[in-house]
Design a protein around this ligand. Structure first.
Ligand code: HEM
Length: 414
């Protein structure tokens, strides 16, 4: 599994060596944490509030695809597979935030986006074919060849952006580069990585930057698309909560034209946030994670998990533990009102995992889901389709045959 993820980052058969793997995992971990630190530092300085830029038309609305929904509804297709639409939307907005690139992939085919989708599908398929885990065998198969070609395409795209940007950075100098970008609010993830330095003033290599950017694209699209799809389903199933969320958004934006969400609005949607969290509890996009114990772990009943063992941790199981979550199958957003949350262990709800290797994109994901949900509910009513979706746990939690819902445009004059 680890090897598979790493081969996505472009590591060929050489990655089969356990020492190299270990080194790479450590290097990528350190990088991710350095980035988290840089993010926190810049955020404190209020600089990185422009990464991603405040969720305004410039980067998000245009990438939300709701105009497409309006058009499809006018043409009479109100039955939509949420996974398909939200995957394109999350890829579109990630490509904008990471590379400042407008792919318009929700409206027209994009080679790059098709390659990312193909890689995700191939990784899922390969995990189930244990005899193809060895790279040298995999690359002999047609799927392996497709994987190789898609990887190449994705890497070439990322490399081209990095080289062009590094060239600008060198010709402008870092101070001027940062000043121009923050002023124009166009600082993206590639810029942040290019400007990052360790304590000795050493920056990241192009390969490091490519690995981080590609990881973001890979980790950030399916997960958020799954989160959003299941939120829509839960709100379609509970129209009373859907209406309450809608009213909260309408009240927040009542005197505003155009109706866009500003950065500070994200903290002003308490009920909508409670619904998102309850949906992430009931349908966690990442249902299972694994960890290798670096020391003996003593359980409360005295039993010991010996050092070196790999433990599979079920986020889904933790979120459905009836001693923590009474009636665990019931969608009840009030479980997340601030008072109730305070009484629970922080480890009772871990959709983004916990500890030093938790999700580095969780704030990004929460913000994206809030904006997408708020703007969707403002313009559409979401209704259940005839068939109940069946959960399909793969690398992320999907629905068998897609998650189909019906959408009805509201008469908002939007
Ligand atoms: C609802 C959306 C999301 C969910 C539920 C989610 C969940 C998770 C979980 C559970 C992990 C830990 C995996 C493990 O321990 O093996 C993780 C890791 C990670 N996530 Fe997310 N994620 C989401 C969105 C995002 C986004 C939008 C990004 C980037 C923009 C992102 C980037 C990452 C990265 C880079 C890691 C690896 C961190 C490390 O290994 O140190 N995620 N995510």
């Amino acid at each position: 599994m680890l090897e598979l993820s790493l081969s996505w980052l472009g590591l060929g058969p050489v990655a089969a060596s356990p020492w190299l793997l270990l080194l790479l995992v450590a290097a990528s971990w350190i990088l991710a944490r350095v980035l988290a630190w840089i993010y926190a530092f810049y955020d404190n300085c209020c600089r990185l509030r422009c990464f991603p830029q405040p969720p305004k038309r410039s980067w998000f609305w245009g990438h939300l695809g709701l105009a497409k929904w309006q058009r499809l509804a006018l043409e009479g297709s109100t039955r939509l597979d949420m996974f398909e639409h939200f995957s394109l939307m999350t890829l579109d907005s990630l490509q904008k935030c990471v590379f400042s690139f407008d792919s318009d992939c929700q409206e027209k085919p994009s080679e790059y986006i098709a390659a990312i989708l193909e890689l995700s599908a191939l990784v899922t398929k390969r995990i189930e074919q244990i005899f193809l885990h060895a790279d040298f065998l995999y690359y002999l198969t047609p799927d392996g060849q497709r994987f190789y070609r898609a990887c190449r395409l994705v890497h070439d795209f990322t490399d081209a952006v990095i080289q062009k940007r590094r060239h600008t950075l060198i010709s402008q100098g870092s101070q001027e580069f940062l000043k121009t970008k923050t002023k124009a609010k166009t600082l993206d993830f590639i810029d942040v990585l290019l400007l990052a330095k360790d304590e000795d003033g050493k920056g990241l290599s192009d390969e490091d930057i490519r690995a981080e950017a590609d990881t973001f694209m890979f980790e950030g699209h399916d997960t958020t698309a799954s989160g959003l799809s299941w939120i829509m389903y839960n709100l379609a199933k509970h129209p009373e909560y859907q209406e309450r969320c809608r009213q909260e958004v309408q009240k927040l934006l009542r005197n505003r034209e155009p109706k866009e969400i500003e950065w500070d609005d994200l903290a002003q949607l308490p009920f909508l946030t409670m619904c998102i969290k309850e949906s992430l509890r009931l349908h966690p996009p990442v249902a299972v994670i694994s960890r290798r114990c670096t020391q003996d772990v003593v359980l409360p009943d005295g039993r010991v998990i010996p050092k070196g063992n790999i433990c599979v941790i079920s986020i889904f199981g933790i979120h459905h533990n009836p001693s923590v979550w009474p009636d665990p199958e019931v969608f009840n957003p009030f479980r997340f009102d601030p008072e109730a949350s305070q009484k629970r262990s922080p480890l009772a709800f871990i959709p983004f995992s916990a500890g030093p290797r938790n999700c580095i994109g969780q704030t990004f994901a929460m913000n994206e889901m809030k904006v997408a949900l708020a703007l969707t509910l403002l313009r559409f009513r979401v209704l259940l389709d005839e068939e109940e979706p069946r959960r399909k746990p793969e690398l992320i939690l999907r629905a068998e045959g897609g998650l189909w819902l019906r959408v009805e445009p509201l008469n908002t004059g939007q």
